[in-house]
Design a protein around this ligand. Sequence first.
Ligand SMILES: Cc1cc2nc3c(=O)[nH]c(=O)nc-3n(C[C@H](O)[C@H](O)[C@H](O)COP(=O)(O)OP(=O)(O)OC[C@H]3O[C@@H](n4cnc5c(N)ncnc54)[C@H](O)[C@@H]3O)c2cc1C
Length: 358
Amino acid sequence: MSERESIYEVVIIGSGPAGLTAAIYAARADLRPLVIEGPQPGGQLTITTEVENYPGFSKGIQGPELMAEFRAQAERFGTEFLTSWIRQIDLSERPFRIVTDEHTLKAKTLIIASGASAKWLGIPGEAPAPAGLGGLGVSACATCDGFFFKDREIVVIGGGDTAMEEANFLTRYARRVTVIHRRGSLRASKIMQEKAFKNEKIDFIWDTGVEEILGTAETGVTGVRLKNLKTGEERIFNCEGVFVAIGHKPNTDLFKGQLEMDEVGYLKTAGRTMATNVPGVFACGDVQDSCYRQAVTAAGTGCMAAIDAERFLDHLPVEIATGEEITIEGERVTADHEKIILPDGEVVSNQAELSLPA
Ligand SMILES: Cc1cc2nc3c(=O)[nH]c(=O)nc-3n(C[C@H](O)[C@H](O)[C@H](O)COP(=O)(O)OP(=O)(O)OC[C@H]3O[C@@H](n4cnc5c(N)ncnc54)[C@H](O)[C@@H]3O)c2cc1C
């Protein structure tokens, strides 16, 4: 394992829309960022086909092609890439220490853009094409793919808030939406359940598991094979689309015990900035966003994280999750902006002393 000599100003973890947008901004600010690409170079969009909602592409663009453009733009301004997987990270002191499969690196600031992964059932027919029907009628994102299912018969698998949200959203396009759930009642919040029950386009199949997604590359999805979990009875349910809505898992295992997260594992950021609770560590994209999970929002927060890192390296105060602002020297500006707490604990006023001309 080699110890890289240089200490990077900015290391970015992940090369999806968030990480590569952060790289474009950091590189144009002359910070010579290093992007560590991880297990999925280009991120989630590399496993999809047509992306129709990314602004600037009026005719749509293939996911892998869009991400190749992001990468070329980041490269053009001097971004360095490392195709490796981070195994360990130490955020207890700056520069931060990052251990990949082959290298140990140091970073003055870190931008985490490691994304989130949709949870899948692991059933036959679910994998991305050509191994399965993923992209050919199987999806985990109604906002992304609902538009392709106009006047179709589709099923949504799941019983939580995500599933109810997806089912309600999909009724804008679909002829009928059938929610298939393993239990006899929903886990979703009351308000989400009521919305789904009131929606005349949504039906429910209870106590039932989906065993297989049926179809071919030529036909796309044609149905699902269902099993009643109480009686064991199996049957085919015809449909043209399957949305798996059993939740997402943010890729944050590396940061457990080091960074503040919510109960699911999404990283917490300041709100107005992309700063985490550790000064100099920023997070952007799906890894800190359980709500929107879109390429354009990931790119937007990637831009914010890079500008935050740039400000921090420029010795300017950056707001952190507590509402305080912090500088690279460790000075803290209180949330009410009244006082500055110096690294040795001394407290001084943050008010400008104005001496007006006589
Ligand atoms: C099938 C599919 C279709 C979609 N279609 C659309 C669409 O049409 N429009 C739209 O706006 N959105 C769409 N989305 C959602 C969109 O892809 C995501 O919102 C977006 O990719 C999130 O970007 P990100 O940069 O935060 O993370 P990701 O794209 O998830 O990228 C994460 C990056 O982190 C890296 N990484 C993870 N762990 C490690 C590690 N330990 N070490 C180093 N690197 C690591 C990965 O290799 C990857 O490069 C779709 C998603 C899917 C799955």
